[in-house]
Design a protein around this ligand. Structure first.
Ligand SMILES: Nc1nc2c(ncn2[C@@H]2O[C@H](COP(=O)(O)OP(=O)(O)O)[C@@H](O)[C@H]2O)c(=O)[nH]1
Ligand SMILES: [Mg+2]
Length: 192
C-alpha cells in the first residue's frame, strides 16, 4: 500500500484541476490535447462516416477524415497543479455529455476558427448553460482570416473581461500559454 502511494505520480503538492478544451469539429481539440499531454492521450476518434457528414459541416475543413465522437483525455503537470484535460465536442447534440463533463471542471478553453466563426456559437451556448468560466482561443490556420479583436468579440458576443487569445494548437508552448491565460482569468474572477 505504502509503495503504491509513493509510486503515485500525483502528490499532495499538486492540486488536481479539471479543464475542458472545447470547440467545433476540426478546430484542433485533439491536436491541442496531444501537444500538451505528458501521457499518451486517450481519444475516441473514429473515421468520419457518411452518416456523420450529414451532421458535421465540412465546409472549410480540409483533409479532415476523423471526427471527435466523444472526448480526448490528457494530463499536464505544472508547478503546484496537475491539469486533467478533456477535449470535448461543441455541437448542440452533445448537451447530455456536457452535463456530465462540466461537473467539477474549473474552466473551459473554447477553440475557435476564424474561417467559420459561427460554428463556435453552439459550444459557447453549451459552456454558458453549464455555467463554467471560459476563455476563447483562436486556433490559427494558414488560410485563417485575421479579424480585429473587437470584431471577433462582437461576433462571439464576448464579455469584455473574457480573454480572447490566438494560439497554434500544435505548439505545446502556445497551447500551454492559452491554458495559463484561462487559469489566470479564473483566478482573477475568484478573488474579485
Ligand atoms: N495549420 C494548422 N493545422 C492544425 C492546427 N490545429 C489542428 N490542425 C489540423 O487540423 C485538423 C483538425 O484537428 P483536430 O485536432 O483533429 O480537430 P478536432 O476535431 O477539434 O479534434 C488536423 O488535421 C490537424 O492536424 C493548427 O493550429 N494549424
Ligand atoms: Mg478530435
Amino acid at each position: 500500500m505504502a509503495s503504491a502511494l509513493s509510486e503515485s505520480r500525483i502528490s499532495v503538492d499538486h492540486i488536481p484541476v479539471k479543464l475542458i478544451i472545447a470547440g467545433p469539429f476540426g478546430v484542433g481539440k485533439t491536436t491541442m490535447v496531444s501537444a500538451l499531454s505528458e501521457i499518451k492521450p486517450l481519444n475516441t476518434e473514429e473515421v468520419l462516416t457518411q452518416a456523420g457528414t450529414l451532421v458535421d459541416d465540412l465546409t472549410g475543413v480540409n483533409e479532415k477524415t476523423t471526427t471527435t465522437t466523444a472526448i480526448d483525455f490528457g494530463r499536464l503537470t505544472l508547478p503546484g497543479v496537475v491539469l486533467y484535460l478533456f477535449g470535448a465536442p461543441g455541437q448542440t447534440r452533445f448537451q447530455v455529455l456536457w452535463e456530465e463533463l462540466a461537473r467539477g471542471a474549473l474552466g473551459v478553453l473554447v477553440l475557435a476558427d476564424t474561417r467559420r466563426i459561427d460554428d463556435s456559437f453552439a459550444v459557447l451556448d453549451l459552456v454558458e448553460n453549464a455555467g463554467i468560466r471560459y476563455a476563447v482561443a483562436v486556433n490559427h490556420f494558414p488560410d485563417s482570416p485575421d479579424y480585429p479583436d473587437e470584431a471577433l468579440r462582437q461576433a462571439l458576443d464576448l464579455d469584455p473581461r473574457t480573454p480572447l487569445l490566438v494560439c497554434d494548437a500544435r505548439d505545446p508552448a502556445s497551447a500551454r500559454a492559452s491554458l495559463i491565460a484561462l487559469v489566470e482569468h479564473i483566478k482573477e474572477l475568484m478573488v474579485s
